[in-house]
Design a protein around this ligand. Sequence first.
Ligand code: ATP
Ligand code: MG
Length: 289
Amino acid sequence: MRKIKSGIFGLNPLLDGGFNENSTTVVIGSSGAGKTTCATQFIRRGLQEGQEGIFVSLDENKEQIIREAIEMGWSDILDYLEDGLLVFIDASGREFSNFIRKELPAFVADWKGANTRIAVDPLTPVLWSTKDQYEQRDLIGFMLKETRRVGTVLCTLEEHGPGELTGPETIIPMYLADCVIHLKYKAAEGGVIRLLKIIKARSTRHSELSHPYKIMKGLGLIVDSNAYKRELTTKIPSQIRAVLQQKKPLPKGIQESVQKALEGLSDEDFKTLKAEHIIESILAEYSEG
Ligand SMILES: Nc1ncnc2c1ncn2[C@@H]1O[C@H](COP(=O)(O)OP(=O)(O)OP(=O)(O)O)[C@@H](O)[C@H]1O
Ligand SMILES: [Mg+2]
């Protein structure tokens, strides 16, 4: 799986190097969590690499998004716009839903193989363009499936509940996306607490921890990945490997494949499991009778 840099500082190590190319990511967060900032960072990172960017804004108009980006210190956005590398689509949820139904396939055929970055901010109005849950699933599923054919996709999603990801508006996109990132944002004494957590990420290893993040002018979201990096550098699988070698209990072919599977795993992966228990389970699986 090829990785692309997310543009969000500190996030790549948590995703084993970045987003998988041509994958779909949903970033969920309440108002003010940093969704639009995150989407802009993602698109801008691609632009810096010469990749085209398509920003679909469903809540704010193009001018507003640009104004916010400039306020952030990212006025190079204007050059990318002028060069035609960056394209904005601003529409209402209903207009964009109709676009998905009627025009998306032709659009995809046009842009196919372009390897762009696409941001949809936020996806919520698309979901709300119909009451029927089956239709919602169909529409979002179709949109994600089609857009990933022309690039790597990041959609943001509003969270209206208490921050536990149980709201009906979050469930469907969470199932359909390849990667789900939760931005948790709570008012606290003396300021706010912001935490980023990767809820799922298909076809990659990833952090399962909650990571503090900040939003800073000039930088955007910056995630503290230290806790995860520290654990990656200590190697517990060597302990498991030692047990395996000691007992020599498995047929050679299986022993080799198990050892291969353990390569590259680390402390973080075995945090809550004991090495002996893992070995016992593997032995039980392959033992005769
Ligand atoms: N220029 C800036 N300098 C410093 N911090 C900023 C700047 N712009 C935004 N922020 C911080 O980012 C926060 C929200 O960013 P953003 O607009 O990305 O959130 P959002 O999740 O998209 O919110 P909404 O759901 O309301 O659209 C602001 O409340 C502020 O704390
Ligand atoms: Mg926003």
